[in-house]
Design a binder for this molecule. Structure first.
Ligand SMILES: C[S@@+](CC[C@H](N)C(=O)[O-])C[C@H]1O[C@@H](n2cnc3c(N)ncnc32)[C@H](O)[C@@H]1O
Length: 236
């Protein structure tokens, strides 16, 4: 990891759950109670079993983004969508707070041979300090529902500073009373206690529409997917 990235991470990250075996750059850093989501499924498991599953939705996200733009993918996970974005955009930067996710994403990038993508191990709440530049789009795919309530507005503020337009894919709220809705509840429960608590809070507070209103963002276009589980929003 580049020394600047490391310094920025130490500045902005604190750990909710810390795995000693992980090569997290915040190893040894003082812990506080604010952030770093680290899950049991981070890294190869997400890359192998979860990342690919979101593909049909990702095609719809691409439809909201002008070809040839510059994009920043906040909470990029193991990079599946970031690499897909790279085929559509002139430049993409993927950012994730989980070291394991970024390691998996960089591994995929090396295999892809793409030259217009980079990955940064960084908390999205510290984006403007770490990467003070502008993009055309900030993308937040399946990220906000898992962040602690106190950080959602901060992250949206950073997305707004970084880009003219914000594309968000996340859960529809309330979730449909169907097998699909029940399935989402189970998946979120299995993701871990902290994750589930944040998901429930996201739903309880009215999800994306309420959050975007609170952040002062205007919805330009939106779609709900066929199963009624996901909402896709273009905002500015
Ligand atoms: C469910 S995954 C989604 C990954 C990818 N965007 C996708 O659509 O498959 C959410 C990701 O957001 C990351 N994340 C959560 N909070 C974050 C934050 N504050 N800054 C950066 N990444 C964050 C997590 O580490 C995780 O990799």
């Amino acid at each position: 990891m580049h020394p600047t990235e490391r310094t920025e991470l130490l500045k902005h990250i604190s750990v909710q759950w810390y795995n000693k075996k992980d090569e997290s750059p915040n190893k040894g850093a003082p812990m506080s109670n604010t952030l770093l989501q680290k899950h049991w499924y981070d890294g190869w498991f997400y890359a192998r079993f979860i990342d690919a599953e979101n593909n049909p939705l990702r095609d719809r996200v691409l439809g909201f983004i002008e070809p040839g733009s510059a994009a920043i993918d906040l909470g990029c996970g193991s990079g599946g969508f970031t690499l897909k974005l790279a085929g559509h955009c002139r430049e993409v930067v993927g950012v994730d707070v989980s070291g394991k996710m970024i390691a998996a994403a960089r591994k995929r990038l090396a295999k892809s041979g793409l030259g217009n993508v980079s990955f940064l191990h960084l908390h999205a709440g510290g984006l403007s300090e770490a990467l003070p530049r502008r993009f055309d789009y900030a993308v937040l795919s399946l990220m906000l529902h898992e962040t602690p309530p106190a950080e959602r507005l901060q992250i949206l503020g950073e997305a707004r500073r970084a880009a003219g337009r914000i594309v968000i894919l996340d859960y529809q709220t309330p979730q449909p009373r169907s097998a699909w809705g029940a399935g989402v509840g189970i998946v979120e429960f299995l993701a871990g206690r902290e994750h589930y608590r944040n998901f429930r809070d996201f739903v309880r507070r009215g999800g994306l529409p309420a959050l975007l209103q609170e952040a002062g963002l205007r919805i330009i276009q939106e779609k709900i997917n066929r199963t009624g589980v996901f909402r896709l929003v273009l905002a500015a």
